[in-house]
Design a protein around this ligand. Structure first.
Ligand SMILES: [Cu+2]
Length: 475
């Protein structure tokens, strides 16, 4: 509050009694307006109107923070504050974030830009801002207690440095991290190269998102901040499927996807139908000779991976975390959905849902208990999302890259579901599937006698497979 009080004092001396409008105009000159956003929709790329040109990114279910140029310095204003984030239609999470959303807005600058960020703390406790991966003066690193005092509630701190290295970075508090990261305080920072770069391709579409996770009890809206491992909402940019927007591209576009992981576990991110190269990390661009093709890249805790591909196959291609329990929403969230259906359909719905979560090793009985509970508000189905052929039975970290011939350059709108050309889809075989041929049935009695494991004697057909290598004497 000191700077604000000083400002009022100065303004008061200069202008005497001030009208409210005069105050806000002068205030605007002192520090840039903190632009906020209410919508969780993906904002189209923000084309730079001031400063040096660059190819903007698209933040999935996010946005880029506007800035102002002041005497050659790019100024941003981040406001740390409680926010209400729609994680998917039907569920609002009460998180902490920046400028109205969690994650905060993406900051986009150009290599060599001098950047000044005002951080205003509207939280009930102190905070700070760490600029993950950046080269900067030590005093700008934002580690509360180590490089600066904490930013108390109501205070504004100013960070200023030159964005020296192009690449994808993250920002998050380095003060009471356990609480503040669990509450959703984080954002992306993109430093674009200042010109053609030998290792950074010019792309047609450039997407970015952060991986985060929450533990929110069914029916509640505030995360449990003490959780270390038992998260139940696995999200991208604090959104879960079917709330995650699709990545809509034109066929043959060169596509870059930047993914940062600020959860407490790794996430193998998998793309269907295409190979990609990992072209960069938060450490910078990867030399071309050190790249190799992948269809899944594991993103460790506190890491960023930047992947690139040519989207040359038309269709709707799944993009998801390959940990199958990360493509589900909160356990128990499915139950109210079942209770919401008409009674005569209930048994059918249960039999459809219960085998799935039993198979994933969850506590089946605890979930069964949920069925007698009253319908909680603010819930999401565990596995949901309607596709052109029925339920996708997905949740959490799942989206679709939609590749279309007719997607116009620069158009990021959802083209709808892919229409598969005739003769290119899996189809039903309507004949007799025949009897299975069990090649191992003849060897069973002999193998059984050589096996030490008594449990296996109950299942001779299985045992043969297990014992066979030891039983061979002819080597
Ligand atoms: Cu995952």
């Amino acid at each position: 509050m000191n700077s604000r009080r000083d400002f009022f004092k100065t303004a008061g001396i200069a202008g005497g009694a001030l009208a409210a409008s005069a105050v806000s105009r002068v205030a605007l000159a002192a520090l840039p307006e903190a632009v906020t956003r209410q919508s969780p929709d993906t904002m189209p790329p923000l084309m730079p109107q001031t400063g040096r040109p660059y190819q903007p990114v698209v933040t999935l279910n996010g946005w880029t923070l506007p800035w102002r140029m002041r005497q050659g310095v790019k100024e941003f204003h981040l406001m740390a504050e409680p926010v209400a984030r729609e994680m998917a239609p039907g569920m609002i999470a009460h998180l902490w974030g920046y400028n109205g959303q969690s994650p905060g807005p993406t900051i986009e600058v150009v290599e060599g830009d001098r950047v000044r960020i005002f951080l205003t703390n509207r939280l009930p406790e102190h905070t700070s801002m760490h600029w993950h991966g950046q080269r900067l003066p030590n005093g700008m690193d934002g580690v509360s207690g180590l490089t600066q005092p904490p930013v108390a509630p109501g205070k504004t701190y100013v960070y200023e440095f030159v964005a020296r290295r192009p690449g994808t970075f993250m920002y998050h508090p380095h003060a009471d991290e356990m609480t503040q990261m669990a509450m959703g305080m984080m954002g992306l920072w993109i430093t674009h190269p200042k010109g053609r770069h030998p290792l950074i391709a010019e792309v047609d579409r450039d997407f970015a998102f952060l991986i985060n996770a929450y533990d929110i009890e069914p029916g509640a809206s505030r995360p449990n901040i003490a959780t270390m491992t038992e998260f139940n909402l696995w999200s991208w940019n604090s959104r879960v499927f079917p709330g995650i927007d699709s990545l809509n591209v034109r066929q043959n576009d060169r596509v870059r996807i930047r993914v940062g992981n600020l959860t407490m576990t790794n996430h193998p991110i998998h793309l269907h139908g295409h190979e990609f190269m990992v072209t960069g990390t938060d450490g910078g661009a990867i030399p071309k000779a050190a790249r190799w093709p992948e269809v899944t890249t594991d993103i460790g805790v506190g890491q960023m991976r930047q992947i690139e591909l040519i989207a040359d196959e038309e269709g709707d291609w799944a993009l998801h975390c390959h940990k199958s329990h990360h493509t589900m929403n909160a356990m128990g969230h499915s139950v109210p959905t079942m209770l919401g259906v008409q009674q005569q359909n209930l048994a059918e719905k249960i039999s459809k849902l219960i085998p799935s979560y039993m198979a994933m090793g969850q506590n089946g009985m605890a979930e069964m208990g949920m069925m007698s509970m009253p319908l909680p508000e603010n819930t999401l189905p565990m596995m949901t999302g309607e596709g052109p052929f029925g339920s996708l039975e997905m949740g959490g970290m799942f989206s679709v890259m939609k590749v279309r011939k007719n997607q116009k350059p620069g158009d990021y709108r959802d083209p709808g579901w892919y229409r598969q050309p005739a003769g290119t889809a899996a189809y039903e075989y309507s004949g007799d599937p025949g009897e299975p041929v069990r090649a191992d049935s003849a060897a069973a009695p002999d193998a059984q006698s050589h096996h030490a494991g008594h449990e296996m004697h109950q299942h001779p057909a299985v045992e043969v497979q297990v014992v066979k290598p030891q039983h061979h004497n002819g080597h």
